[in-house]
Ligand binder design. Structure first.
Ligand code: FMN
Length: 175
């Protein structure tokens, strides 16, 4: 039990249970002097009028401060062949700033300057519209400045801690 009398739920159990919900995979990016990218599967379409989407970012993530500072961000929806890209932007050992994009094929978003992943299924560019408390994450709502379909390809999926297709790492990845 927690101090408030609610049942305590184990983190690893929660991860496993949440992980039964299959999702796509995105890379959230910001531009400017200190560009940054982060793999995220919390992406959700929210509203058509006004056009809104959301992404949840952990407080501890570098992306949290970067997104607030930039005030604009982009989301690239990853294609089936983007497994290595998803792993890379989920790896805290990658370099920071512009250097982290040297090994990835990207082009700048017209409205945000944020790097967009080449070959993605879709690109969204947003202005930060609102932010809500989401426990150890913040729920960032973006108002769309642009939304485009990219490649007409299969999606990269995330289910039970594994990327598919072609998740070659048997240990899976931690979201
Ligand atoms: C498939 C997948 C989905 C993820 N989704 C999210 C997410 O929605 N929000 C989040 O804060 N972290 C998510 N993560 C974890 C971050 O990508 C990871 O912690 C990253 O290293 C944080 O980067 P940063 O601290 O450099 O910004 C996900 C990881 C994976 C592998």
């Amino acid at each position: 039990m927690t101090a408030t009398g609610e049942p305590a739920l184990d983190r690893s159990v929660l991860r496993r249970v949440f992980g039964t919900f299959a999702t796509g995979v995105t890379v959230v990016t910001v531009g400017g002097g200190e560009p940054h990218g982060m793999t995220a599967n919390s992406f959700t379409a929210v509203s058509l009028d006004p056009p809104l989407l959301l992404v949840c970012v952990e407080h501890d993530a570098v992306m949290h401060e970067a997104l607030v500072a930039a005030g604009r961000f982009a989301v690239s929806v990853l294609a089936a062949g983007h497994g290595p890209v998803a792993r890379y932007f989920a790896d805290r050992r990658r370099p920071l700033g512009g250097e982290q994009f040297v090994s990835v094929d990207v082009h700048p978003g017209e409205h945000t300057g944020a790097p967009l992943i080449d070959g993605a299924l879709a690109h969204f560019e947003c202005a930060l519209w609102n932010a809500y408390d989401g426990g150890d994450h913040t729920i960032f709502i973006g108002r769309l400045l642009d939304a485009r379909c990219g490649e007409d390809d299969a999606a990269l999926l995330f289910h039970r801690g594994r990327l598919s297709p072609a998740d070659r790492d048997p240990s899976g990845v931690a979201a």
